[in-house]
Design a protein. Structure first.
Length: 249
């Protein structure tokens, strides 16, 4: 399985397993089946519209509705799910893969739309012919849509890796109200580090923890004597406090 190491702007290394052609094919197979079911529903609805006795233009309306909804099903299915389901579709979740930015961050609606607008080119001449060839010609298994949107597809971590374990007790001595000032991106960075720390070499793990902790402590104005000496424990307490705040979504 190909590995990809990404160094974030905070100079933290995150390691991902790249999704290959096989797992991506399994995902798109299920997604295509779901799309076919949706197309059948759209077709039935369009036929029903065409038999509307109260409109002389029912046939034109039926064609327009079918064309629009077909485009939504083809492109919108992937774009909407990936944008609002953390880079996954039904097929991707089943195959255990997801789309992320090539910086390691979660994708935004813009990237989700961009990568899927190019899907029709990747599909040519039939069933992702261009996409498969493109994936074989680059080391990160990216299709054209990934190049345009700046995304990659990676495997989900195992249950052990993806579950964030905490060394700090449920009731801690330190409380950090300023954790509410963390951004979503900063909280996601902490959680990504905590989830993957077992796979990071000890020396790099300690350096990353210290770098993240010191950067956030400076920004949140938390003095060294106000936080645990262990950097990972400090990060755990910060993200737990953030989770408990009303602004966390």
């Amino acid at each position: 399985m190909d590995k990809l190491t990404i160094e974030t702007p905070e100079q933290v290394q995150l390691e991902y397993a790249l999704a290959g052609i096989g797992s991506r094919f399994m995902a798109v197979l299920l997604d295509t089946f779901i799309q076919l079911v949706l197309w059948v529903i759209v077709l039935i609805f369009s036929i029903a519209v065409s038999f509307n006795p109260f409109s002389s233009n029912s046939g034109v309306w039926a064609i327009a509705i079918f064309s629009f909804l077909s485009f939504v099903v083809y492109t919108g299915y992937f774009a909407i799910l990936e944008a609002f389901w953390k880079g996954q579709t039904v097929g991707k979740r089943w195959a255990g893969i997801r789309v992320i930015k090539d910086s390691g961050r979660p994708i935004t609606p813009f990237e989700a739309i961009a990568r899927n607008l190019i899907r029709i080119v990747d599909y040519m001449p039939a069933f992702y012919g261009v996409g498969v060839v493109t994936m074989m010609l680059n080391t990160k298994n990216r299709r054209l849509g990934d190049f345009v949107a700046g995304t990659i597809v990676v495997h989900e971590t195992s249950d052990r890796e993806s579950a964030i374990f905490f060394n700090t007790p449920a009731v801690a001595e330190h409380a950090f109200p300023s954790a509410a000032q963390l951004t979503i991106e900063e909280a996601e960075l902490i959680e990504a580090f905590l989830a993957r720390r077992l796979d990071i070499p000890p020396a790099i793990r300690q350096q990353n923890a210290a770098r993240i902790a010191q950067t956030l402590a400076t920004r949140l104005d938390i003095a060294p004597d106000q936080r645990p000496a262990d950097h990972e424990n400090f990060l755990e307490l910060l993200v737990k406090e953030f989770r408990n705040r009303a602004r966390y979504r």
